[in-house]
Design a protein around this ligand. Structure first.
Ligand SMILES: [Zn+2]
Length: 218
């Protein structure tokens, strides 16, 4: 949302001014807040969310700095060809040893809705093309939903479910399961009510995925 109360320059400077306020508020709560954060991080959660500006991980979960390791991209995809994502996954799972991975989509996701359509916008179409694969996988269920918005909402949920499954197929995740507990969850955020819905599609071991994806020599 652009802020019409401010000129473009004022709007930009507002961020730096807000930062000073953020620092003084935090120090008032806890004078050692930044000293403690500077010593390191040990977040329990990895968040894989959409880049959409309306879905800020910390704000909607009431968490603070240091609590969530975050990766965001258009339509919260788990892509094994994405070096950025794989690096985030490796660091959070193997080094930080997070105990939960949360894939969080959101209703009204522009990336998911665009994947349902046939308009070519540009580069982003390449990125979201794999959501068309998700659509095809569940075409029977989706095509039975007459209302387009409702069909989009269901595809948002199915896309999250598939990304959770994609995570479970990654050897790095399966290796972690050999040694410790690690749960992968799928959530959807409602832009219109601010509520998170747990899709209850948890993977915490190899049980939920087909045998062909289970590596034996990790
Ligand atoms: Zn989105």
């Amino acid at each position: 949302m652009s802020n019409e109360k401010y000129s473009a320059a004022e709007n930009y400077h507002r961020l730096l001014k807000n930062n000073k306020q953020f620092v003084s508020d935090k120090l008032e709560e806890d004078p050692a807040f930044f000293e403690k954060l500077a010593q390191g991080q040990s977040p329990d959660f990895l968040w894989v969310g959409c880049s959409d500006s309306r879905v800020p991980a910390n704000q909607i979960t009431g968490t603070d700095s240091g609590e969530i390791f975050v990766h965001r991209n258009v339509a919260n995809l788990v892509d094994i060809n994405d070096m950025n994502f794989l690096s985030v996954l490796h660091y959070s799972v193997d080094v930080l040893k997070v105990r939960h991975i949360i894939v969080c989509g959101h209703y009204g996701c522009g990336g998911v809705l665009a994947a349902m359509g046939r308009t070519h916008i540009g580069m982003v179409n390449h990125w979201i093309s794999r959501i068309k694969d998700v659509y095809l996988k569940y075409e029977g269920e989706l095509s039975a939903i007459q209302d387009e918005a409702k069909r989009g909402d269901r595809l948002v949920e199915l896309n999250v479910t598939e990304q959770v499954r994609n995570l479970a197929k990654i050897p790095m995740v399966q290796r972690a399961w050999k040694n410790r507990e690690l749960s992968i969850h799928g959530w959807v955020y409602g832009l219109s009510d601010g509520l998170l819905k747990d899709l209850d599609v948890v993977h915490e071991d190899l049980d939920g995925i087909e045998e062909i994806y289970r590596y034996e020599n990790l």
